[in-house]
Write a protein that binds this ligand. Structure first.
Ligand SMILES: CC(C)(COP(=O)(O)OP(=O)(O)OC[C@H]1O[C@@H](n2cnc3c(N)ncnc32)[C@H](O)[C@@H]1OP(=O)(O)O)[C@@H](O)C(=O)NCCC(=O)NCCS
Length: 199
């Protein structure tokens, strides 16, 4: 089985506002999923979800996507998979407390890192692999921290979440495989219909 390909692409600097913007981001993330499928040799059909928003396998291929204000990420895999992309931000203290437990903070402090963005993206990617929302956040615990991966426990299961940093943005990918995915960064936005690209 070849390693999954996580396709990352920037959003154009100039986007419409409101619902139109959200629709464009979601469309763009689906282009990233299809680009991952092409890179993987996967033949995808329709991309549909459950009523809870969980992506349903398409022609037997699992898929996951994420949209941040400035980037999208998409991936396909024969195994259940989750992906997340986020830009660095200054977190509110109550959010840090919600995301990171004291033992986890200690793991990052020992490395001279605050760990917020790494934990946020890793737990989001893991929850997406399992098709769960934030109500399951307390079931995820970080066990070890490496420079580009984290080991997490989820109930009685263990997962390696692989991470890729570019600029102030961090992407994370989680599946039931310790094999590192390939992270591919498209420097230019994937074609977006009807949107003026900022020069
Ligand atoms: C919905 C959630 C899965 C991700 O939300 P998010 O980070 O705001 O959004 P992302 O852009 O990364 O991901 C959204 C995509 O995840 C997918 N998704 C939504 N719910 C999902 C679920 N239960 N399982 C798997 N995938 C899911 C969908 O494809 C969705 O995109 P779409 O609506 O265009 O189809 C959930 O974890 C959440 O509500 N997060 C809010 C942010 C937060 O507080 N995070 C805490 C960090 S641990």
């Amino acid at each position: 089985m070849s390693a999954p390909v996580v396709v990352l692409a920037p959003l154009p600097l100039v986007l419409p506002r409101g619902a139109e913007r959200v629709e464009l981001q979601r469309d763009h993330a689906r282009r990233a999923v299809r680009a991952s499928a092409r890179a993987t040799g996967a033949s995808l059909g329709e991309l549909t979800k459950t009523t809870d928003d969980v992506p349903l396998p398409s022609n037997g291929w699992f898929w996951s996507l994420s949209h941040s204000p400035a980037h999208v990420a998409g991936v396909v895999s024969p195994l259940s998979i989750g992906v997340d992309v986020e830009e660095a931000r200054e977190p509110r203290p109550e959010l840090v407390e919600r995301i990171l437990g004291p033992a986890e903070l200690e793991l990052f402090a020992a490395r001279g890192e605050d760990g917020f963005l790494r934990t946020w993206t890793a737990k989001e990617a893991l929850l997406k692999e399992f098709g769960l929302g934030l109500q399951a956040l307390s079931r995820c615990r970080i066990l070890t921290v490496d420079h580009d991966s984290l080991e997490l426990r989820f109930d009685d299961l263990r997962r390696t979440v692989h991470q890729f940093r570019f600029g102030s943005t961090l992407a994370a990918c989680c599946s039931d495989s310790s094999e590192r995915p390939t992270f591919v960064l498209h420097d230019i936005p994937l074609p977006l219909r009807g949107v003026e690209l900022a020069s």
